[in-house]
Design a protein. Structure first.
Ligand SMILES: Cc1ncc(C[n+]2csc(CCOP(=O)(O)OP(=O)(O)O)c2C)c(N)n1
Ligand SMILES: [Mg+2]
Length: 597
C-alpha cells in the first residue's frame, strides 16, 4: 500500500466523508489539479458540469435548502470564482451551508501579478464565514474539513482558494482525517416553563390573536394547526414558509405585505396579540406591521433572533414544535369566537376569488389558469424550485401546497435565476420525485443556458416559463412609485425552440383552450424521462395588489372601487371590515405600509 496520497484526492475524500454526492462547477487551468482529483474519485462523487458557475453556486445553495446538507461548487481563478458570487450570497442571506472552492495560480506565480492572478481572499471576505487560501499541500484536506465544519456550525459560506500546484502534490496518506464522524447538532434547548405559563396567560386573555409562523416552524405545522383550532387564532406564514401548512387549513391567513394574500394583510392591523413562531420576518420594523399589536410572544431557537423584530412581552427560547405542543397542552379551549369566524369567512372569500380566476374557461391565457394546470398535475410530494419575480408572489397565492411538498426560492437575497439551478439539484437529490422549475421570462433568460445541463444529465424536470415580455414585478412597482415605465419591457423569446435546440422538449402555450392538452403532453414526456419546457405566453394583467386594496367605501370612492374591481376581476371580494362589523368587531383602517420598498 502506498503511504502517500495525492493532496487533491485527499481533499475530495474529505468531501465524500461529509456525505457530499454532487459538486457543481466549470474547470479552468487554475483548478485542473482538483479536476484530476474529481476524475480519480468519480465513482464516489458526481461532478455536475454546469454552463455557468453562477448556476453551480446557486444549485449548491438550493441543495442546502432542499436537504439541509452542505452544497459544494467551484470555479477557476478570477472570473470563474467571481461568477459564483450570486449563489454564495444567496446562501449567506438564507443561512445555509455552502462550500466554494476557487482556483488560484500556482504558488510560483502567486503575488507576481501574473495571468488571472490576484489576491482572491478579499473578494470573498464579505460573503464567507470562513475564507482561506491553502499554502501547503498537507493543509489542503485539513482546510477543506475545517471549511465544512465552519459552514455547518455558522450556517454560512466557506471559501477555499486553492493554488493549482498544491493539488497535484503527494502528501503522507496518514496526514489527514475528516471530522465528519464527529459532527453533532446542538441539542434542542429545554423549555423554560415560566415563559410557557406567561404565554398561556396572554393567549387565554386575548381576543384577536394571530399565530405567525416562519421557516423555523417547519415540521411543526400540525402542532400549530392544533393550537390554532384550540384557541381560535388564525395562522399567518412568511412568504417562504407556505409549505409548512396544508393549503386547505381553514384558518390559513397566508403571508403579509406584497408577496402576500389579502387575509394576512387584513388580519394584522386588527390583531391584538401575535404569537411569532420561528420567524425572522424581514419587513417587520420597516412596515410597522405590528403597530396595533398589544401583546407579542416569540418562540425561537436562535438567541440572536429573540426580540429582534418587535418588543417581546414573552420570550420562549426553544424548538417551535416543543413550545407549541406545551402551550396547547396547558391552554384551555376557546369556544368559537367572532375573530375566528370573521377571519375564516375572509379566507374563504379570498379562496373563492382565486379559484374563480384559476378555473376560467374563456378569455386570454392568464397566469392563474396556468397554475390551475400545475395544481391538476402536481404530485402530492412535488418539489417546486421558484424563481424571483411575479412567480414568487403568484406561486404562494395559487399553488395548493402541502407539507409533503417543498417550495424553495432565493428568499432574502432574492436573486433572479434561482429556478433552474434549484430544479437541477432537486432532481439530483430526489430522483423519484416530481420537480418543477417555475420562472418568469426575465429570470429564465438569466440562466437558460443551463437547460442544457438538465438535458445532459437526463433530468426530467418540468420547466414552466411565465412569458409576459416584461419584468412584471418591477413594472408593477413602477406603476405605484414612478412617473412612467422605464426598462421593464423586453422582446419576447421563443423558449420552446431553444428548449428543442438543446435537446429538451419545448411547448408553447398561447391559448387557454390548449392548456389542458399541452400539460398532458408535457407531463407524459416527463414521465418518459424527458426534460420539458412549457413557455406559457400569458397576459400582462397585473396580479391584484393586496397591499393596496381599493374595496372599502369607508375609505374609497365608489368610482375607484368599481374600477379596481373591474381591473382585478374582484367583483366578489369583500372588505375585511364587513366581516368584522358583522361579528361586532370595530375594524382598524390601516393601509399596508411597504416600508419604502
Ligand atoms: C439578479 C436580479 N436582478 C434584478 C432583480 C430585480 N427584480 C426582481 S423581480 C424582477 C423581474 C422579474 O421578471 P420576470 O422574471 O420576467 O418575472 P415577472 O415578474 O415578469 O413574472 C427584477 C428585475 C433581482 N431580484 N435579481
Ligand atoms: Mg416576465
Amino acid at each position: 500500500m502506498s503511504n502517500t496520497i495525492n493532496a487533491g484526492v485527499a481533499a475530495v475524500k474529505v468531501l465524500e466523508e461529509w456525505g457530499v454526492k454532487h459538486i457543481y462547477g466549470i474547470p479552468g487551468g487554475s483548478i485542473n489539479s482538483f479536476m484530476d482529483a474529481l476524475l480519480h474519485e468519480k465513482d464516489e462523487i458526481t461532478y455536475i458540469q454546469v454552463r455557468h458557475e453562477e448556476v453551480g453556486a446557486m444549485a449548491a445553495s438550493m441543495h442546502a435548502k432542499f436537504t439541509g446538507h452542505i452544497g459544494v461548487a467551484f470555479g477557476s481563478a478570477g472570473p470563474g470564482g467571481t461568477h459564483l458570487l450570486n449563489g454564495l450570497y444567496d446562501a449567506r442571506e438564507d443561512h445555509v451551508p455552502v462550500l466554494a472552492i476557487v482556483g488560484q495560480f500556482a504558488t510560483t506565480g502567486m503575488n507576481m501579478d501574473t495571468f488571472q492572478e490576484m489576491n482572491e481572499n478579499p473578494i470573498y471576505a464579505d460573503v464567507a464565514v470562513y475564507n482561506r487560501t491553502v499554502t501547503t499541500a498537507e493543509q489542503l484536506p485539513h482546510i477543506i474539513d475545517e471549511a465544512i465544519r465552519q459552514a455547518y456550525a455558522k450556517n454560512g459560506v466557506a471559501v477555499v482558494q486553492l493554488p493549482v500546484d498544491l493539488g497535484t502534490k503527494e502528501i503522507p496518506s496518514q496526514a489527514f482525517y475528516s471530522a465528519a464522524n464527529a459532527y453533532r447538532k446542538l441539542p434542542r434547548p429545554s423549555l423554560h416553563f415560566a415563559d410557557i405559563e406567561s404565554a398561556v396567560e396572554i393567549l387565554e386573555n386575548s381576543e384577536k390573536t394571530v399565530i405567525y409562523a416562519g421557516i423555523g416552524a417547519r415540521g411543526a405545522g400540525d402542532d400549530i394547526v392544533a393550537l390554532a383550532r384550540k384557541i381560535k387564532a388564525p395562522v399567518a406564514v412568511t412568504g417562504i414558509a407556505y409549505d409548512v401548512f396544508d393549503s386547505d387549513f381553514e384558518g390559513l391567513l397566508g403571508s403579509a405585505n406584497r408577496v402576500a394574500i389579502k387575509p394576512a394583510n387584513d388580519a394584522f392591523p386588527n390583531a391584538d396579540t401575535v404569537l411569532f413562531v420561528g420567524n425572522n420576518y424581514p419587513f417587520a420594523e420597516v412596515t410597522n406591521v405590528f403597530e396595533n399589536v398589544k401583546n407579542f410572544i416569540q418562540i425561537d431557537l436562535n438567541p440572536a433572533n429573540l426580540g429582534k423584530r418587535h418588543h417581546n412581552d414573552v420570550t420562549i427560547l426553544g424548538d417551535a414544535g416543543d413550545a407549541i405542543r406545551e402551550i396547547t397542552r396547558q391552554i384551555s379551549e376557546k369556544a368559537e369566537t367572532p375573530w375566528w369566524r370573521a377571519n375564516l369567512l375572509n379566507i374563504q372569500n379570498w379562496r373563492d376569488y382565486v379559484t374563480k380566476l384559476e378555473t376560467k374557461t374563456a378569455g386570454n391565457l392568464q397566469l392563474y389558469q396556468v397554475y390551475h394546470q400545475i395544481n391538476q398535475h402536481a404530485a402530492a410530494d412535488a418539489i417546486f424550485s421558484i424563481d424571483v419575480g411575479d412567480v414568487t408572489q403568484t406561486s404562494v397565492r395559487h399553488l395548493h401546497l402541502n407539507p409533503k411538498q417543498m417550495w424553495r426560492t432565493s428568499n432574502l437575497f432574492a436573486t433572479m435565476g434561482i429556478g433552474i439551478p434549484g430544479a437541477i439539484t432537486a432532481k439530483l437529490d430526489f430522483p423519484n420525485r416530481q420537480v418543477w422549475n417555475l420562472a418568469g421570462d426575465g429570470g429564465f433568460n438569466m440562466v437558460m443556458q443551463d437547460l442544457a445541463t438538465q438535458v445532459q444529465y437526463n433530468l426530467p424536470i418540468i420547466n414552466l416559463v411565465f412569458s409576459n415580455q416584461q419584468f412584471g414585478f418591477i413594472k408593477d412597482e413602477q406603476e405605484d412609485t414612478n412617473s412612467g415605465y422605464f426598462g421593464v419591457e423586453f422582446a419576447g423569446v421563443e423558449f420552446a425552440k431553444i428548449a428543442d435546440a438543446m435537446g429538451a422538449k419545448g411547448y408553447t402555450l398561447t391559448r387557454l383552450a390548449d392548456a389542458k392538452t399541452v400539460f398532458e403532453h408535457a407531463l407524459a414526456d416527463v414521465a418518459n424521462g424527458l426534460t420539458v419546457l412549457i413557455d406559457a405566453k400569458i397576459s400582462t394583467d397585473r396580479p391584484i395588489p393586496v397591499e393596496s386594496l381599493i374595496l372599502d367605501d369607508k375609505i374609497h370612492t365608489a368610482a375607484d372601487i368599481a374600477a379596481f374591481r373591474k381591473r382585478y376581476e374582484a367583483e366578489d371580494l369583500v372588505p375585511f371590515a364587513d366581516f368584522l362589523k358583522a361579528e361586532g368587531i370595530e375594524p382598524e383602517y390601516k393601509a399596508t405600509d411597504l416600508g419604502g420598498f
